[in-house]
Structures are given as structure tokens and as C-alpha cells.
Design a protein around this ligand. Structure first.
Ligand code: ZN
Length: 141
């Protein structure tokens, strides 16, 4: 069973995001990097903002991250999330991948226990039809 109910809207990848989600479908969290200068970036975009190269690679992310920022959601913006309230939307960063941040959900924690810098680990949420969403839980959970 997925973290949110099946009627939760699914990601609809753009052309630039397709490769990111293809890796996610294989339970591999990879971020786009510039094949010319190595600059990491997320979300994926067509051109490097540093050197303007359009050549890209994808680099495997560590499975551990830290909470950079977060919010606790108390009001359902969509009927599908009502059963999860309150839930945590977090921006996590990867100390070994400077400059990359991911918007995700922090699960398996009481919303009052979330702190900036909290170490968390990746888990894959199977939402069906071959799609997996990267979510995080505290390392100690
Ligand atoms: Zn570049």
C-alpha cells in the first residue's frame, strides 16, 4: 500500500524530467549532472546554468539525506491526502552532493519531532503501474 491513497494525483513528468522518473521506476535515485562541467542540478533542466552545455549524466544519490527545511501540512489540499493529515513535506539535501535538494515527504515520524538537520534515509513508495516515489524516514525509525 502506498503512503497516499491510489487516487492521489501521480507525477506527470515533463520531457526534461522523464529520465529522472525512469531511474525512480528502477528504485534508483539519480540526479542530473552536467556532462561537461559536472554541476549537479535538480529538478532536471535542458541546459547547464553554469557552462550552457546540453549534455547530461545522471549520478546516483546517497541513500541518506538531511532535512534542509520542512512544513507540516494540516489542511487537505486534495481529498486524497485527508487521511494522512498531518503529514510532513520536507526539502532534503545530500551532504555528499552539494547543491542538490529534493522535495519529498518525511514519514514514520510524529510531525512535532521533525528538526532541521535531521538525518533521514530513502525508501521507495510503490504507487503502482511501475512507478516509485522517493520518500524519506528518520535514520533511527
Ligand atoms: Zn556545465
Amino acid at each position: 500500500m502506498s503512503y497516499f491513497p491510489a487516487d492521489m494525483p501521480r507525477p506527470e513528468p515533463t520531457m526534461d524530467e522523464a529520465r529522472f522518473w525512469d531511474y525512480c521506476s528502477k528504485r534508483s535515485l539519480r540526479f542530473q549532472s552536467c556532462a561537461h562541467c559536472g554541476t549537479l542540478r535538480h529538478p532536471p533542466i535542458a541546459m547547464c546554468y553554469r557552462c550552457h552545455s546540453c549534455e547530461t549524466d545522471y549520478v546516483e544519490a546517497p541513500t541518506e539525506a538531511e532535512v534542509y527545511s520542512y512544513t507540516v501540512v494540516h489542511h487537505a489540499s486534495h481529498p486524497a491526502v485527508a487521511m494522512r493529515l498531518p503529514y510532513v513535506v520536507a526539502i532534503v539535501e545530500f551532504p555528499k552532493m552539494p547543491g542538490v535538494r529534493l522535495i519529498t515527504n518525511l514519514t514514520d515520524i510524529d510531525a512535532g519531532g521533525v528538526k532541521i538537520g535531521l538525518r533521514c534515509s530513502l525508501w521507495w513508495d510503490d504507487i503502482g503501474e511501475g512507478m516509485f516515489i522517493p520518500r524519506f524516514r528518520p535514520v533511527d525509525a
